[in-house]
Design a protein around this ligand. Sequence first.
Ligand code: C2E
Ligand code: MG
Ligand code: MG
Ligand code: MG
Length: 275
Amino acid sequence: RAKEEGRGRHRFFEQEMDARAQARRALELDLRRAFALRQFEVHYQPQMKLADRRVVGFEALARWRHPERGMISPAAFIPIAEEIGLISQIGEWVLQTACREAAGWPDDISIAVNLSPVQFSSPGLVTMVIAALRQSGLAPERLELEITESVLLQETAATLTILHQLRALGVRIAMDDFGTGYSSLGYLRSFPFDKVKIDQSFVREMPSDGDSNAIVRAIIGLGVSLGISTTAEGVETQEQLDRLRAEGCTDIQGYLLSRPIPASGVGDLLLQLHS
Ligand code: C2E
Ligand code: MG
Ligand code: MG
Ligand code: MG
């Protein structure tokens, strides 16, 4: 009896696994076709300088509009794209699109684009950035590239060379999601980042969680000491904003200002946030 039950359970798990593997394969197939079907979009989320409350830039965030499943989060499809070798193509398209759209915005507004660690291991990253700048006419100083600590995980000479080449173009480099992952302060020494983005997992717990407050304070202090700006991600409340400002954080990004929006809404949003 127990044996039978066990077998039944086993079969159930197998079916479950099959279903999951199938769903995953279907998603991979859809992802491979998404390009040709023009299902990708870029949405933009504002970043505000706290000193004068001006919008200083937007972060470009990839979106996949799936015909049946609706919007699929990049947290879900970027890892798959990385695995099946599609991320460089998607990344290039996001970069080109973001540069082209941002070129039409006021020239004191910059654009931040996320780079996958995988893009650092495929050749032509620097060439791709140069091409996107040239095609769009965007000034390199208006482009910021966001990388995560995982890029520096295999801190090879090649990775650092690419970062320095990008920097030499006039492009800024930001460390994204700081404080998570393999956090090592040494990463901040191995390359002169222009900015550190405080991960939203810490900001979310502010100000009620003392440990998060302490970590955020430490990261801001680090930014001050290194002479670089700090952007707090995921700011949702006025209370968080006030706290961050009091701690000396330089910039904020989050739903409090706006969710990520299509390019068509950027003009109105700027008017609204600056009024
Ligand atoms: P990220 O670069 O850290 O981007 C910030 C994420 O936080 C975005 O999620 C944004 O929508 C979300 N967010 C912003 N403000 C708030 C807030 O106040 N509350 C909450 N709960 N969330 C907030 P999104 O757009 O889902 O992107 C998730 C991640 O996917 C990004 O994290 C980034 O790592 C990756 N990603 C997005 N677009 C690209 C891309 O074009 N290329 C690559 N390689 N990765 C991308
Ligand atoms: Mg980012
Ligand atoms: Mg982030
Ligand atoms: Mg993140």
